[in-house]
Design a binder for this molecule. Structure first.
Ligand code: ATP
Length: 462
């Protein structure tokens, strides 16, 4: 059994209570002031806390105690006298921070029992490390099948040096995945440089990517190294690659073929060794069909293809991510927050998360600051309308289930048409019809292109 530590904050500690606690296996530390309380608490393990308000803490001292009382890993019990029970600020403090209170005089036995329960609740708040973190070394949280597949893929991809294409809806974690690949690759001690191709005006993109020499154009007062050169030896993430203007696509393709760049206004070509990872939420098949993206560049960029799962397809991971976000930002609340109410959990599962993990983080951070109770509710997340699913007819339920099955099979099989069809036990023609009916384009893209990609990959390998 692990040692249970108890911080006993009192101006007048009771000897008999101390010995009763010791007899029940508690390692008791007696402290008198807010600073001592803070120093004796740990954040990484569950602990018990006994706050003897009846021994006389003034309001100023209570305010100083607030950050310690807000720690989620400490199960606090307050001791108060009858008069304090009528005091509004004491009542508020107990409601916000304590699992229980005992009105004194009371038997030592009663107090020790209450501390045991509070500690038990604090233990429940501990999320097992492996479950909470998913992949601690990548900063990625998630334990669902789709995320486990992603971790495996990241491991494999990191071991090779070919270019990687990451597709996925906005906010699903494409940049985080790129970072994880870099961090686990042989290039990890060299730079990781990210450039958002969609955010830089087209006329400036060439000089941003390739750099320029002094005097290359009006205003070029000194030489500037471009992002490709800045990433030399390391990894370059071309984010929102689907928005890359055609002019830059030609220059990028040339660089990929020759592994050399020329700064604007420069005379010499410079050898650059970078690994390219590109990412987009754009439907690339559509972009190529409409002539907005060069297929030859796409094949070069996408030797390996990763599909980032949308948050709505991650099941229980939604709760893991929510808890992780709350733990990360809870200090912004300035008071104790004891997790999510059941209606908040239900709403998080019912909602479709168009903005994916980024939206989840934003909603929770806003709720941490604005919520007033001890728990974050569906209304705090502005998801009050999603607590119960609107009644659905059998026909609607079929459509929802069908789409879900399609999305999951596409993730499992990374867009390979014949495998998806096999998985779902339908013909390829039926699969195409279903995808069309559900307006699923990305899978369409990866499906058709995966085959061409595979051909290209083989051609490169030869
Ligand atoms: N699995 C995860 N675990 C923890 N945090 C995550 C996870 N996935 C994404 N995030 C967080 O969500 C936010 C959005 O992630 P990121 O920027 O990587 O998404 P993206 O797909 O690149 O977005 P966009 O398409 O808008 O560029 C970031 O704050 C990131 O840290």
């Amino acid at each position: 059994m692990r040692a249970r530590k108890l911080v006993y904050a009192s101006r007048n500690p009771s000897e008999s209570l101390r010995s009763r606690l010791a007899a029940r296996g508690w390692h008791v530390e007696v402290v008198a002031g807010a600073n001592e309380v803070r120093r004796s608490l740990r954040r990484d393990v569950a602990m018990g806390g006994l706050l003897d308000l009846s021994s006389g803490f003034d309001p100023h001292e209570l305010a100083a105690l607030a950050p310690s009382l807000a720690l989620i890993n400490v199960g606090w019990v307050a001791l108060i006298d009858a008069a304090q029970r009528r005091n509004a600020s004491v009542r508020q403090l107990i409601r916000d921070c304590c699992f229980d209170y005992v009105t004194v005089p009371a038997s030592d036995e009663r107090i020790v029992d209450s501390i045991g329960h509070a500690y038990g609740m604090a233990v429940l708040n501990e999320v097992p490390e492996e479950e909470r973190e998913g992949r601690p070394e990548t900063g990625m949280v998630g334990a669902c099948d789709a995320m486990r597949t992603l971790y495996r893929l990241i491991g494999k991809v990191a071991a090779s040096d070919v270019s990687v294409f990451i597709a996925g809806e906005s906010g699903t974690g494409k940049e985080l995945t790129a970072l994880a690949i870099h961090a686990r690759s042989a290039r990890r001690h060299k730079p990781f440089v990210a450039v958002n191709c969609g955010a830089i005006p087209a006329p400036l993109l060439q000089s941003e990517l390739f750099g320029y020499e002094k005097g290359a154009f009006t205003g070029a007062h000194r030489r500037k190294i471009g992002t490709i050169e800045a990433a030399n030896g390391g990894t370059l993430l071309l984010d929102e690659i689907g928005d890359l203007p055609l002019e830059s696509q030609a220059s990028l393709l040339r660089f990929l073929q020759e592994a050399r760049i020329e700064r604007l206004g420069g005379q010499t070509s410079i050898a650059v060794d970078v690994r390219i990872i590109s990412a987009t939420h754009v439907d690339m098949a559509g972009a190529m069909r409409e002539g907005r993206f060069r297929p030859d560049l796409y094949y070069r960029l996408g030797v390996l293809h990763i599909e980032e799962p949308p948050l709505r397809a991650r099941g229980k991971d939604i709760e893991l991510l929510a808890q992780y976000t709350l733990d990360r930002f809870r200090k912004e609340a300035g008071r104790r927050l004891r997790g999510f109410s059941p209606d908040a959990i239900a709403a998080m599962h019912n909602y479709g998360w168009p903005g994916n993990v980024r939206e989840l983080i934003n909603r929770i951070r806003r709720a941490i600051v604005l919520s007033e109770g001890g728990q974050i509710t569906a209304n705090d997340l502005e998801l009050g309308d999603y607590v119960t699913l609107a009644p659905v007819s059998i026909a609607q339920a079929r459509v929802i289930a069908e789409r879900q099955a399609l999305e999951l099979a596409m993730l499992r099989n990374r867009g390979r048409l014949s495998d998806i069809a096999h998985d779902l036990n339908v013909s390829r023609a039926t699969l195409m019809r279903l995808m069309h009916a559900h307006g699923i384009h990305r899978g369409d893209a990866s499906a058709d292109l995966a085959q061409e990609l595979e051909r290209e990959r083989r051609a490169f390998a030869r």
